[in-house]
Design a protein around this ligand. Structure first.
Ligand code: PHE
Length: 432
């Protein structure tokens, strides 16, 4: 929302187009219906049916999706590094909060000034003047803090109107982290000892602290924040980072963390010490804490060598299956899939003996040997036991795809037949 937000153009005529579209497509009145709820269309409405269709896709929860792998890795990092005194994870995780939020949630609670660019129609998808698709996960800070939570992570899809290129997409994903401390948690050594340190004072705002915080408290929170995030990035990338000062309306001091990528420093996240006023708005007066927000796509693109942000939306198994790993820490390096069309062909056979004497990997190796690089994937799609014949069956789908040309069905049939013959010969199966 605030990081590199680009002012786009938005004209009244486009609003009218959306208006008409909604009237035709969604209702006969001036309403938009989403998940059984209706929203009055007004002069703020700029959300499109296409954008609405992304609601509920939840890539970050999709099995074997790179964003889901990253979610698990980040969650594990926090679970492992932060435990309560009973040894249980300190942070609770929210990964399915509803993306339609109020202007209050997205901006007001976070002290975003009335005239801040991030509120512009050109930057957000508004349902109407009251509701919008969240522009950042920070929109949920207030409600979670208000519900009594001190340590939490939010994984969510966020929506921003932005340019279209290999690293921008109107829907992307973020993880937000929040950690709050009471005085004795911050200065846990000996909080009641004489000369112990206070968290609050009536002081002045400086570059490094807010007026209500003592210098010492602000420094300790800043240290906690920076060391957590440095450790997270080291855990994921094993790389050096640097800190630069930043501005967010709801944190002070604020920072961005940068990492060297392809020889250049690249911004990975925004964070800071929460403005005390945001806590007061959530009914919390006696705590101090930090928050951060990370864009997951950017992280995943670096981590897994994914060249284009559109790939995250790919339903091509050639993309998704590369992330189908049993260990989430596997160092997957994405290999570009061919732009030529895939040709899936199934192969079914009876096994020569018992099911447990047959190994899938043997078949995969055979396919590799016989068909070579025109095979993009092989997947087991069906298996059963035929009680009358007393035979076990297997069906695999082989996806053929050439990297440099479109394969004809005739060419594929030839290779496929070779695979069948080889399987009968060396695995002693019987093609059905
Ligand atoms: N919400 C901010 C953004 O999307 C990131 C952020 C989160 C900054 C939490 C500070 C604290 O740009």
């Amino acid at each position: 929302m605030f990081i590199a937000s680009v002012l786009g153009k938005f004209t009244t005529s486009r609003i009218i187009v959306y208006h008409c579209f909604f009237k035709r497509k969604y209702s006969n009145s001036n309403q938009i219906f989403i998940n059984g709820k209706s929203y009055e269309v007004d002069s703020w409405t700029n959300v499109t049916p296409k954008i609405i269709s992304y609601i509920g896709k939840n890539l970050h929860l999709q099995k074997s999706h790179p964003l889901s792998l990253l979610r698990e890795r980040i969650t594990n990092f926090f679970y492992f590094h932060y435990k309560n005194n009973r040894g249980n994870p300190l942070f609770s995780v929210y990964d399915n909060l509803y993306p339609i939020v109020t202007v209050e949630q997205n901006f007001d609670n976070l002290l975003v000034p009335e005239d801040h660019v991030s509120r512009n129609k050109s930057d957000c998808y508004y349902l109407n003047s009251k509701y919008l698709l969240r522009g950042h996960s920070s929109a949920h800070e207030n409600e979670l803090i208000q519900s009594g939570l001190d340590n939490f992570l939010i994984f969510s899809d966020v929506y921003r109107r932005d340019q279209i290129d290999s690293s921008h997409y109107p829907v992307f994903h973020q993880v937000e982290g929040v950690r709050l401390f009471l005085r004795h948690e911050l200065f846990s050594l000996n909080p009641d000892a004489e000369g112990s340190i206070d968290v609050f004072e009536k002081g002045v705002r400086t570059e490094t602290k807010q007026e209500v915080h003592t210098y010492d408290a602000a420094r300790v929170v800043e240290y906690s924040l920076k060391s957590s995030l440095t450790a997270l990035v080291r855990h994921l990338f094993g790389q050096k980072v640097r800190w630069v000062d930043a501005y967010f309306p709801f944190t002070h001091p604020s920072f961005e963390l940068e990492m060297k990528f392809n020889g250049e420093w690249m911004e990975l996240l925004g964070c800071g010490v929460l403005e005390h006023q945001t806590l007061v708005k959530a009914g919390v007066e006696d705590k101090i804490g930090w928050a951060f927000g990370i864009g997951l796509e950017r992280l995943a693109m670096i981590l897994y060598n994914i060249p284009d942000i559109r790939l995250f939306w790919s339903t091509d198994p050639g993309f998704l299956n590369q992330f189908n790993v049993s260990d989430i820490n596997t160092n997957v390096k994405y290999k570009p899939i061919s732009i030529y069309p895939p040709c899936p062909n199934d192969i079914s056979f009876w096994l020569p003996g018992n099911a447990d004497e047959f190994s899938d990997n043997d078949f995969y190796d055979l396919v590799r040997t016989v068909a070579g690089d025109v095979v993009e994937q092989v997947n087991l799609v069906d298996k059963f036991y035929h009680p009358k014949k007393k035979l076990y069956s297997r069906t695999y789908r082989i996806v053929y795809r050439h990297m440099e040309k479109t394969l004809t069905q005739e060419e594929v049939n030839k290779v496929h037949r070779l695979v069948e013959e080889a399987a009968e010969r060396s695995l002693e199966v019987k093609i059905r």
